[in-house]
Design a protein around this ligand. Structure first.
Ligand SMILES: [Fe+2]
Length: 251
């Protein structure tokens, strides 16, 4: 199996995951199997120059979400940590420039490699609540995956923070924040702020209501998210009601 990456985000060219959409039932489902890992991955950043700013932004935040969820995953290892932190650093320095210009091949090369590294991290450490919550929401409203992630990511980071504050402090530093003199909690909160700033800079939407979510769907979505395989590796346990509360906070 030979896979060619056409975005800097999904990283299907290196992961054991595929997403299948049942448009009749309006659900997105995750398939995970080592047999889905391609034999050969072809990464050509020139392909990324055909994407518009919105798709570049959405897919780039997807890659960032992969790296952050892999780094705080309960299945993280020193090997996945190295890839995840490097991906976060590269996305921090290159995503804004990649969104700003179709022809900035240097930025697109950095993003292509960051996406691959984040993919290697998340294929092995798996993901967390952002993806567990984004899958049913993206299926229900037929929304771009990265757009949903960018809204949910800061809220899930705040929810997860008590599980692994030191890990979020590491993420703040990888995001380029100077945490000298800060407590671990202050540094962890800085990570959330840095993600919000990045999302704002690249024009991401802030509220789920802006992309069409209504309160009446939240309970059904929360039950589906609680069943999603990605929740298993989330660092903090989450009940259906807790997941619903995160959706409401992001509404
Ligand atoms: Fe994703």
């Amino acid at each position: 199996m030979i896979c060619v990456a056409t975005t800097a985000g999904a990283a299907a060219e290196v992961t054991q995951f595929a997403i299948i959409v049942d448009s009749h039932r309006k659900v997105k489902m995750t398939i995970g199997s080592k047999s889905l890992v391609p034999d050969i991955a072809i990464i050509d950043p020139v392909l990324l120059s055909t994407k518009d700013a919105r798709l570049t932004a959405n897919t780039g935040i997807d890659a960032l979400t992969h790296a952050i969820e892999a780094y705080v995953s309960v299945a993280a290892t020193p090997i996945t940590d190295i890839n995840a932190l490097k991906a976060i650093k590269m996305i921090t320095t290159s995503l804004r420039a990649s969104v700003a210009s179709r022809t900035n091949i240097e930025a697109k090369t950095q993003m292509a490699m960051a996406s691959l590294l984040a993919g290697v991290a998340m294929s092995n450490a798996i993901l967390g609540a952002v993806h567990a919550m984004a899958h049913p929401l993206g299926g229900l409203l037929n929304l771009p995956h990265g757009e949903v992630n960018s809204i949910l990511l800061p809220h899930v980071m705040r929810y997860n923070m008590i599980a692994c504050m030191d890990r979020y402090a590491d993420i703040a530093r990888a995001l380029g924040e100077d945490t000298t003199g800060m407590s671990t909690r202050e540094a962890a909160e800085r990570a959330v702020q840095a993600v919000e700033q990045l999302c704002q800079d690249i024009g991401a939407k802030k509220r789920l209501s802006e992309i069409g979510l209504q309160e009446e769907y939240i309970l059904e979505l929360s039950k589906a998210a609680a069943e999603d395989v990605c929740l298993i590796t989330n660092p903090r346990d989450a009940t259906v009601e807790e997941i619903a509360e995160i959706y409401r906070t992001a509404l």
